[in-house]
Design a binder for this molecule. Sequence first.
Ligand code: SF4
Ligand code: SF4
Ligand code: SF4
Ligand code: FES
Length: 347
Amino acid sequence: MGMVKATIDGSDVLVPEGTTILQAAKGAGIRIPTLCFHERLKPIGSCGLCIVEVAGKATPVGSCETPVTDGMTVTTRSDRLFSLRQDILKSILAHHPLDCPICDKAGECLLQDLVFEHGITGVEPPAPSPKFTAPYATTFLKSWPERCVLCLRCVKACTEIQGIGALSVAEEQDGQRIAYDQDKCVSCGECIQVCPTGALVEKKTELRWRTWEVDKKIRTTCPYCGVGCQQLLHVKDGRIVKVSGVEDAEPNRGRLCVKGRYGYDFIYSEDRLKTPLIRENGYFREASFEEAIDLVARRFKEIIAESGPDAIGAVSCARSINEDSYQMQKLFRAVIGTNNIDHCART
Ligand code: SF4
Ligand code: SF4
Ligand code: SF4
Ligand code: FES
């Protein structure tokens, strides 16, 4: 692939052919405001905020969709661009409720940040619209359609990333809106993860916490299956209030399924086992891990001495990560000496 040379805000850049102006600017440490663009999606081109000036062109171009060409001279910040971006944001706010005090996204809302960055004040709040009377909701997600900025990230994510296509754009008399096909939706929450505003929110913890109250974000591996998706646990006062996928980590790159994203209540179950139990005289009693492991090791030795290693078998749990299942089979094959191994997901 050939390389092209251009100048962005006075800095020379050399990038592979096909690189967009937005990507080239990012590589040079130059931030261009965006709203619909998302790293994991193909450029959408719906918001117009990423406009830049290109020498020789009368009108600004969208940097997220326009490739760099050889000799191009680009300006990303100017009074004209600032004013045009302000106009775009004002036109969004003309249809957007000033809901921030009761919006779960407040504090990490891209629209809020862009409005602040562009110093917009004095926009009249919109009148309530009758088209927003029947919001979409599943067990885990809820839409606030009046907060939607029609960036289309959710539609693309549901199709491009999840391959489901439960979302689409509906043309209505008074404009466009996002349409939902409840029968197709699997409540994976990918649309919530990419939504830049509070138009899609998590139902199970709605209005129970503010984004700035999260005191820790703990990275961990999802405990539900062997894929090993990387999660971020958003913790407030020692309790998980939200789980998101880690955007830039393999193997899931931000994706999670419904279990990984919403199935964390078991952690707080009163029935959850937190210590080993040993059965004695028909009753369980609590034991330390040392005592429990010693007991298992002693019984294994006794069984092998009496009946040989093939009298023992092991089944690993589908909720174990691949590395744990690997270690389990290694232990039983190489140490115990039996090939009696299996995995519960196979049966
Ligand atoms: S989506 Fe953003 S700007 Fe709109 S109400 Fe929520 S926090 Fe405020
Ligand atoms: S929850 Fe998943 S399947 Fe449902 S609309 Fe959102 S992205 Fe599509
Ligand atoms: S629901 Fe969110 S992601 Fe979807 S179009 Fe509206 S603002 Fe964009
Ligand atoms: S970020 Fe380029 S059009 Fe929205």
